[in-house]
Design a protein. Structure first.
Length: 93
């Protein structure tokens, strides 16, 4: 998982378009698309804005790599999975 993929998951789980999220964050939609497609990495200031928008800790956006390398990454992935599952359940319910 990379930061762009996580942002896309959060955005689509909330049912928000790239245009709307980009406007909320004060960035261009094309820039958001580049982030989601892993062509650019957002800076810390933007990561903070994104974490605030989705009410999650910044650390959840920083889970990176195909294989978790330590216990903290495993816990963060589990937390992210639980969060996304809960958001989907709320949306469907």
């Amino acid at each position: 998982m990379n930061v762009g993929y996580i942002i896309r998951l959060l955005r689509t789980t909330d049912g928000v378009s790239q245009t709307v999220l980009a406007r909320e964050l004060g960035i261009a939609r094309t820039y958001l698309s580049q982030i989601e497609n892993d062509k650019v990495r957002p800076g810390l200031s933007l990561l903070k804005s994104i974490s605030h928008r989705f009410c999650i800790p910044v650390a959840l956006l920083l889970i990176d790599g195909a294989e978790p390398s330590n216990e903290i990454q495993l816990e963060l992935r589990k937390l992210l999975g639980d969060l996304l599952t809960a958001r989907l359940a709320l949306k469907e319910g």
